[in-house]
Design a protein around this ligand. Structure first.
Ligand SMILES: O=C(O)CCC(=O)C(=O)O
Length: 275
């Protein structure tokens, strides 16, 4: 122990000890304990700018295709569903980001698939559909010893307190019930993050977009990955337009875990090594 206020490094009475060797290990430890961490995508500033442009393009096409009035009437105007199915490789590459996949492998035991990818727009000075506390497996109140699903929220723009950066309730993935307002006021914290990073969450940690006080949108691309026993929000394999998908990408997009259409289909998919 030092004389100043430094955090003590000495410990006693320890039988079990977590060890970290890499930044990925550090993030994994924090997500297990607190439910959130920030990880760099590894993209260059040119790539980050390119994704930002592609986001706007994807949104324009999406709104044109599905219609402003329709999207507004169903509270979907600030979301782009499954942008990776609508052309452009950038969104597929986001879903397959190496740092995110390496982190997922430390967090989810066994196989995982992408459940959904959503473009998220936090509009200036108004409310939007993600500006409310929720889990990304909504209506679920179980507690799990290991994560069954993980979110990776790619920051297209800088996330700041001013523009409504995501709020989290640290460690709330470890409790079944949504906490009281008093608890939320005392314990909620806002996660500021740079454009080009991912905020990675245990999907059961309560989180909410904040109020955007600026005059610019705050944009993100959310990914939810889960064990292959949960159905996808939108069937990704049947909607992929990109023919050049690697074997690993196919597995992550759920090509290998589609529900068989018949007993015959099931039997022909089964190999002798499967249990
Ligand atoms: O907009 C945000 O910061 C949060 C997004 C979010 O909660 C979600 O997509 O589930």
């Amino acid at each position: 122990m030092t004389a100043d206020n430094a955090i003590p490094s000495a410990a006693y009475g320890i039988l079990l000890h977590n060890l970290t060797e890499t930044v990925i290990d550090e993030c994994a430890e924090q997500i297990k304990n607190l439910g959130y961490a920030i990880i760099d995508s590894g993209y260059t500033s040119t790539q980050i700018e390119h994704i930002s442009e592609k986001f706007n393009e994807a949104r324009e096409n999406y709104v044109q295709k599905y219609g402003v009035a329709k999207l507004k009437s169903i509270n979907e105007f600030h979301t782009i569903r499954a942008p990776l199915t609508q052309g452009g490789d950038e969104f597929l590459q986001l879903a397959l980001n190496k740092n995110v996949l390496d982190l997922l492998k430390k967090l989810i035991q066994g196989k995982f698939i992408l459940n959904q990818q959503n473009g998220v727009i936090n509009p200036p000075q108004t409310t939007y559909n993600q500006g409310a506390w929720h889990r990304d497996l909504p209506y679920q109140h179980f507690v799990s010893t290991t994560p069954l699903a993980i979110n990776a929220l790619y920051c297209v723009d800088d996330f700041t307190c001013e523009n409504g950066a995501t709020f989290v309730l640290p460690a709330s993935h470890k409790s079944e019930a949504f906490p009281s307002q008093h608890y939320i006021k005392k314990n909620a914290l806002q996660v500021e993050a740079k454009a080009g990073t991912f905020i990675v969450l245990d999907c059961m940690v309560y989180h909410s977009g904040g109020y955007n006080k600026t005059d610019q949108e705050r944009r993100a691309v959310n990914h939810l990955y889960n064990i292959p026993y949960f159905k996808q929000q939108i069937n990704l394999p049947t909607n992929m337009t990109n023919p050049q998908i690697s074997t690993e990408a196919k597995e992550i997009l759920g090509f290998n875990t589609q529900e068989p259409h018949s007993i015959l289909d099931y039997l022909s998919q089964r190999t002798s090594t499967k249990s």
